[in-house]
Write a protein of this length. Sequence first.
Length: 641
Amino acid sequence: MRLLFTSLVAIGLACGGGSAPGGCRANAECGAGLVCVVPASGQPGTCQKPPIAIALTAPPAGARAGAAGLAVTARVTLAAADGVPPPVALVVDGAEVGPLAQSARDGAVVSYAGTYLPPAGLVATPTLFVVARTSAGVIPSDGVFVDVDTKPPVLKRTVGPACGTRAACPRDGAIDLFVAVAEDHPGVVEATVDLDGHQLAIPFQPAAVGTDLTVAVPLAKYPFPRFSGTVKVRVHARDAFGNEAVLDDLPAFPVTRLRWTKDLRDASQSALKVTGAAVRSSGEVVVGASDGKLRVVSADGAGLLPTTVSSFAISSAPSLGASTIWVGSDDGKLYGYSESDGVAFGCPSTAAVGAMFTPAVVSGTPELVFSAGGASAIYGMSADKKCLGGTGVSTTDPVTTASISKGGKLFLLTSRAARSTLRRYSTGLAEEASGATSCGTVATPPAIDQDGHILLACAGGEIVKCDATTLAPTLLATLSDYAPESIVLFPGGDLLVGTNDHKLHRLTPPATGTGAWTDAWSALPALTSSVRGVLVAEQDRDGVVAYAVTADGQLYALAADGQARWSTVGEVSAPLGISPLTFPTIAPAASASQLPTLYAGSDDGHLYAVVVDSALDPRSPWPKSHHDARNSGDAGAPVYP
């Protein structure tokens, strides 16, 4: 059977109840209640009362059809419930394109369904209708116009990928891209991008000028388990008809975790050692240096004028109070500095000897600060920068570590004949107790665990836990070398210790609760040099839970199993220099679009800022050296102010 049809919605002359002169070819040519029945021969039909009723039930007029096609449904109503359903076909612009399948029947009502798949590259408004083949001839339904577009958008890069004027985009920066889109139905294109195949789509926006689309790809939303490398942006566009196009031949763009590097040396300085950092709630970073000056650096790397504290070096990291920067100087004095008042006179007010350590800040009203050092005395200052006086710890024993505090009690270590003693003081500087630690000199800052025990890393590699009340020691483990920096703790109570022999140890308690602690990492992570500091961070999307820095300028991001998820090892250049780094700290994200920043000072005179994916872990009882971002040394202080 050959079917020849013209548009059923073409304007024709009604034949007033009979056939149009010369026969009909469309229902519109017939009068009310009549349809044009065309014989199988293809000759013109006649207007008759329909032996059946046929209707196109979908798509509606004006429907859009893309490459995926359109669902087509039809309904035939037979003269009797037991009638034989006729074959039904879809006709597009007068040409039959295929049969519809019977999909359901309810008595005399028979339903049909199929799909209209327009040819590729077509942009048109064809007419769709269905026909039923009966013994009397072919009976058409009324028709509808549909809007067809099977041409995908054409994408072309116009500008980018770029990251402002940067040669490499920071880990939490945004890659900018401008794309020109050619489309037969402009204004209805949805375009998105993804990065390295990760299906997190970011929508395009119209450019401020011109007809291009623009997007800023926020790198922080995508995984990046490396220190640096290139990323590839892929553009995906879909028009209102569902036609899709992909632009995936864009050039790769470099990304780095190095946010910035700040050279803190004056023009006349060739050598400068920078301390570990303290971080203000404003995001400013405070460090001391071997030239006796404090330096405050903003979160974007802009430096303020350095402030001279004394003519002696500052070898220990500063700590922060509510409004004061506290400094222990190598001249044996404790200083307070604020932008409003400048540097207060040091405590003690008389001449002193022996370097002072990072001050311990005891929050309260008033705020009290304590430090001690080689002068064999502990000193205190109040928030108004008045000395609390000096009380001799011992006439012969120098203090060997920074003070720490818990519950208004101060703890510090002294040494005599290469043996150490733990001492406890009240904030009134009265010595309350002392006890031998059973190990050699303790030269690294102590830590406090979740049960209030004082944790010590001794010079002989011993890891010792002391009761805060009795000061009685318990040997937990003996490592193959000493720890140059503080022990830190994972939330569950495991200890993380970096040692001078390039090793990292995750010490876990025995299942029975008594006995020696063991290394949870059977294969100890071996770094490139002596471990100069460690910290514990919240687990990020790549599984990183800790960071370590070394004496040769390397940074490692470590998973819970001790494996490095990424590091600076193998970078073409040494992004953090080749000199010893100081203990690291992490500042929280400065905004919703940014990630946290890890800071480390260096013996090469620089302060380094590195983008990391998570902040210090607030569940840890002691996540970093000196406990928190302010270096307060107070176990009860929040990790971030």
